[in-house]
Design a protein around this ligand. Structure first.
Ligand code: ZN
Length: 540
């Protein structure tokens, strides 16, 4: 280690050697196997370039449950899990009060680029308890590195950019990119100009057709099938998707559920690099662009993972990435920037599709389970509504009421665990105070404990059988949230400055990404980090 840091310092007049720009790309809902499922039709310059030039950590897992968007973005950038960083869901329940909180809600800030009443703009990273690697870069550079987060989803932009970010921009259903007064007083002129181009509308007017002839989509089931959700205003979930006509019923927010959402996000990323002069910091410190590509998640949720829509999305995203990497080569310089691409979670098969093909799976009805539980607890403890919510596969008890009525909390928990264990599709249930002794395989147990934040998570955790998830029977599309490989095995590919070429099959964790970045950049790891650097990646 000593010789390597000396080497770094000697090379460039006592300046520590660092990339000019770091670009984090989180592809929302990208399963690891998508790198290979559609490989044959990827271009040389997108996903294949990452694999062929860069370093792939082939067995990277999410080391907590629930595997959900806000937690994934937080955990990658903080190097830790909900137990420490506090983002326990997209929404979570403050256990002391029973109040539901959205991960990035912030009543104290004012929206920018939209009406002051638009709650979509009342967002900030304040609920995130730990520092991010982007925060650490800010601290290491005495706040001179520039950090910007961009994503269609607010949480995908805000959480990665961290507390000290210069800006985070997210997409409003009006068609504009917005921000909040947490970051600045007013939207920069270049963002206002970007919005004036009305790109969302321009893209949607082109309709969504398949990139290649539809009969060549061999990795997907037939286009007209019973597992896909339809857009409002359509009869069948099939191509061509006439987004030009669907605009009327769906509004410009429709762009988020098409591959144009990817293009639009990367358009704004390029504009940010250009107008903020990112990657040319006079201090020698890198700037950091934290991108999240939200549309693959929306498309996956609606059409499920074996659809032509999902296949087409990845073929198009691949081309967009090629264009984006070429742009980075030209503006920053090949080998002068570091890119990593990963995901916040994967996705399951549609359970009905799985069962129709003789696989084992099912739909767990959280609402019915919650009602059954409340009936049982009322009979035992003579008190209504002891369960506030069954969400994120956790039971949230009415702690205020339990305290007020002086009820026996451990007896309530024991009854609830016993009841839930017998429900169809339930594999394990544990009272979180007893999780470490529970008869649950270690890897699952570790993920349960990592995901549990005492103040923000439910006191009882449910783990379903494989290929079961929460939803009503025959529900269309798909979802994610569980510990299983389909939800928890994510891509992690690095490329560019400081990155070796190669791959490892060693098991690594999502929480190792921040520590690896800290090693690459010679900066401190985030303040709640529990990860370890993936040393195979680092070329110095
Ligand atoms: Zn997500």
């Amino acid at each position: 280690m000593i010789s390597c840091s000396l080497h770094a310092q000697n090379k460039n007049d006592q300046q520590v050697d660092r990339p000019k720009l770091v670009v984090g790309i989180m592809v929302d809902q990208m399963r690891w196997d998508y790198l290979y499922r559609y490989y044959d039709r990827y271009t040389d310059g997108g996903f294949k370039r990452l694999l062929n030039e860069g370093f792939s950590c082939e067995n990277t897992y999410i080391n907590y449950v629930p595997t959900i968007t806000a937690i994934g973005h937080s955990s990658v950038y903080t190097g830790t899990t909900p137990a420490v960083h506090g983002i326990a869901g997209n929404d979570f329940i403050i256990q002391a009060t029973g109040r539901r909180m959205y991960c990035t809600e912030d009543e104290t800030v004012t929206p920018l680029g939209t009406s002051s009443e638009n709650t979509a703009g009342k967002m900030s990273p304040r609920n995130l308890l730990a520092s991010t690697i982007t925060d650490e870069l800010k601290l290491a550079s005495n706040f001179r590195s520039k950090v910007i987060g961009i994503a269609i989803k607010d949480r995908g932009a805000i959480l990665p950019a961290g507390h000290f970010a210069d800006a985070a921009y997210w997409f409003d259903n009006s068609g504009d990119w917005i921000s909040s007064s947490y970051y600045m007083k007013d939207l920069p002129q270049w963002v206002k100009n970007f919005n004036k181009q009305k790109l969302a509308e321009k893209y949607l007017k082109q309709d969504w057709n398949t990139l290649y002839p539809i009969e060549t989509y061999k990795q997907s089931i037939e286009d007209n099938n019973p597992y896909e959700g339809k857009f409002k205003g359509t009869q069948t979930p099939t191509f061509p998707i006439k987004t030009s006509q669907l605009l009327k019923d769906n509004g410009l927010g429709l762009v988020a559920t098409t591959p144009y959402g990817n293009t639009l996000t990367l358009d704004l990323a390029k504009a940010a690099i250009e107008h903020e002069n990112m990657g040319h910091n006079p201090t020698g410190f890198p700037d950091f662009l934290a991108l999240s590509i939200s549309s693959p998640d929306k498309i996956g949720h609606q059409f499920a993972i074996n659809s032509i829509e999902v296949e087409d999305n990845y073929l198009r995203l691949d081309k967009d990435l090629e264009t984006f990497f070429n742009y980075l080569d030209q503006t920053i310089g090949k080998g002068q920037y570091t890119v990593f691409l990963t995901a916040d979670h994967g996705a399951a098969h549609n359970p009905q599709f799985y069962m129709d093909n003789q696989g084992n799976g099912g739909y767990f009805n959280s609402g019915t389970a919650k009602d059954g539980l409340n009936d049982l607890l009322k009979a035992k403890f003579n008190q209504e509504k002891l369960v506030i919510s069954l969400s994120n596969y956790q039971v949230h008890l009415n702690n205020k009421l339990i305290l007020e009525k002086n009820l026996d909390e451990s007896a309530i928990r024991a009854q609830a665990v016993k009841y839930l264990r017998n429900l169809d599709g339930v594999a394990f249930v544990t009272d979180m105070d007893k999780a470490s002794e529970a008869a649950i395989p270690n890897r699952i147990k570790e993920r349960i404990i990592n995901g549990y934040n005492y103040k923000r998570s439910g006191a009882i955790q449910i783990i379903l059988e494989p290929q079961w998830y929460s939803g009503s029977p025959k529900a269309k599309g798909t979802t994610h949230g569980n510990w299983n490989p389909y939800d928890a095995h994510i891509p992690l590919v690095w490329m560019g400055w400081g990155v070796k070429h190669g791959a490892t099959n060693r098991v690594t964790n999502m929480t190792d990404i921040a520590a690896t970045l800290a090693g690459l950049l010679h900066i401190q790891e985030p303040n709640g980090s529990i990860g370890s650097p993936i040393t195979e990646v680092i070329n110095h």
